[in-house]
Design a protein around this ligand. Structure first.
Ligand code: COI
Length: 359
């Protein structure tokens, strides 16, 4: 398993240093924290709106032991990346979608939230302050993690009296480093989301409960877990950190976002790209039996990008799928990363420039 934290390769330097790139062994990056120089912090008191925050040195944050996030898990996170283009610029992929998803989650968890403009500005400021950590083209990306937490004390159950927005960054490589295709195990016992719960928003509390089944699957040689719906146990839902697609003939299907599925931004973009090249992309209930005769299965997510599934083990059956250069997942990966890194034209205006990054 990848280390949780990469050792810092050099002490933090101010980003106005003329050093263009941080001293990182880019080829060795997986999906683990490499601490960077700066982070963004803004606070919002009860009854107020978020005002402009500031960039501060990356480090621990002070928090009440009685905070709503520590006691009751009142918190959301987002994930997005800064991409380096061949000519040295840095760009974000659809940050407005992360802002909207954070707003939706904040409404579900009774939290104050930043405006769309504040969110995008916070993310841009964090990326710019850490520009030397945005990997060279083709060597990874700078993962940006906006966190919205109930930081004020809440002894009884209720919204926190203070909320904090913090954005930190880490250069990352592949999420499932060292594996070519994924080998998933269908989990018949544990569920990641329930109807009426928080599966459809990016609540911090969605993730710890799936660590146990994930570790169990990994210890049996699987790369990840595919969860089924809690209501019937008959339909596929999500993999631990990503959405899932099933390909059969000309149809590409993914579970509909009806409350228990995370509305992934990569998911949404892949639906558009699949339609662009003539596939019928469907958001619907996907019965687990469809895995038995699918041509291809692949996963999507900000961290995961687009990743082919090599095998799925369902009950006692191990099903194999098409992967490699002829697979649709490879085509969609090339299309998506082509747009993100500037190799392909961004006809939909998905990319957002971070001014000042290549100076
Ligand atoms: C992301 O893809 O950005 C995620 O949030 C996945 C995370 C759980 C690692």
């Amino acid at each position: 398993m990848a280390p949780a934290v990469h050792p810092p390769s050099s002490p933090a330097l101010p980003s106005d240093s003329d050093e263009r790139y941080a001293n990182v062994k880019w080829e060795e990056l997986g999906f683990a924290l490499t601490p960077t120089d700066y982070m963004y912090v803004a606070k919002c008191q009860k009854g107020e709106s978020f005002s402009e925050g500031k960039i501060v040195p990356y480090g621990n944050i002070d928090i009440s032991p009685c905070s709503a996030i520590l006691n009751y898990g009142q918190g959301l996170f987002e994930g997005l990346k800064a991409y380096r283009t061949e000519d040295g610029r840095c760009r974000l992929f659809r940050p407005d979608q992360n802002a909207l998803r954070m707003k939706m989650g904040a409404e579900r968890l009774c939290m104050a939230y930043p405006s769309l403009e504040q969110f995008i500005s916070a993310v841009k400021q964090t990326a710019l302050a850490n520009k030397r950590w945005v990997p060279p083209p083709g060597k990874g990306t700078l993962y940006l993690r906006p966190l919205l937490i109930g930081s004020g004390p809440a002894l009884g159950i209720g919204p926190a009296p203070e909320f904090t927005l913090c954005v930190y960054a880490s250069p990352v490589g592949s999420y499932h480093k060292g594996t070519s295709g994924l080998n998933l195990k269908v989990d018949h016992k544990n569920h990641r989301a329930h109807s009426g719960g928080t599966g459809g928003v990016k609540s911090c509390t969605n993730y710890s409960p799936i660590v146990k089944p994930l570790l169990e699957a990994k210890s049996s040689g699987f790369s990840d877990v595919l969860f089924l719906d809690a209501a019937t146990g008959r339909n596929i839902e999500e993999v631990s950190a990503c959405n899932i697609f099933v390909v059969k003939g000309n149809a590409v299907s993914t579970p509909a976002t009806s409350g228990t599925i995370l509305p992934g931004i990569t998911r949404k973009s892949i639906i558009d790209l699949a339609r662009d090249i003539g596939f019928r992309a469907e958001e619907r209930v996907v019965p687990v039996e469809e895995l038995l005769d699918a041509d291809e299965v692949f996963c999507t997510g900000t961290a995961v990008v687009v990743r082919a599934v090599e095998t799925i083990t369902f009950m006692d059956k191990k099903i194999e799928y098409k992967t490699g250069s002829e697979a649709l997942s490879t085509k969609l990966y090339e299309m998506l990363t082509g747009i993100q890194t500037g190799r392909l034209e961004d006809t939909r205006g998905w990319m957002v420039e971070i001014d000042g990054c290549n100076g």
